[in-house]
Design a protein. Sequence first.
Length: 251
Amino acid sequence: MSESKLAGQFFDAAIGLLTRVRDEESGNIAAAGAAIADTVEAGGRLFAFGAGHSSLAAQDVVYRAGGLALMNLLTVPGTMGVDVMPATLGSALERVDGLASAVLDTSPATSGDLLVIISLSGRNALPVEMALNARALGLKVIGVTSVAYTEGTRSRHVSGGFLRDHCDIVLDSKIAIGDAELTTDGIEAPFAPASTVVTSAVMQAMMAAAAEELVARGIEPPLLRSGNVDGGHEWNGRVMTEYADRVFYRH
């Protein structure tokens, strides 16, 4: 079977974006890693949030082999994927004022903790309000978003601001407005989104930077191992027991 021209073009586009992010966001990624290390060292807790497909990159760093055991998923019911019925309800909930504050007020997140908020457009009420309220509660906020949207779209939050406007550190995924890398004759809509590939890579690079920073400070990073290798379950049990007061996906 011959190779697919469009498949190759998608890989090229994704690799190009990854290269740009590596080269242009290296300082911000290092800063984000240092902020995570600061929180771990100070006894704080780590949280990640994303709505819709942005939740995939958030989930990718929670309870993950090779990941920090202390990273917890901050969930907003109905917005964490396409399993809600109808799937369009999730998109509608992202525009509801007050939802983020209600979730934060009933979550374990508190002053001194750190929250990573992932939103490709950063324009909807939910991620903007989440960042605003988290900082008001005393959390450090890292935003992973596409800055292009702030220049080519309008905010849907009452403040008129975007996610990037309410973060301590912003990581730009470089994704173009519309999140589709390919066009071709015979297909009316652009297709082949790369935001999940790039955003997940940004998240893992940030985790790697955090681990590097912790080791430089003489602190053993609380990492999980795969449960599918010998000794993995025992290792993870010890880590989770040691940090039980900072791990919330077990209870």
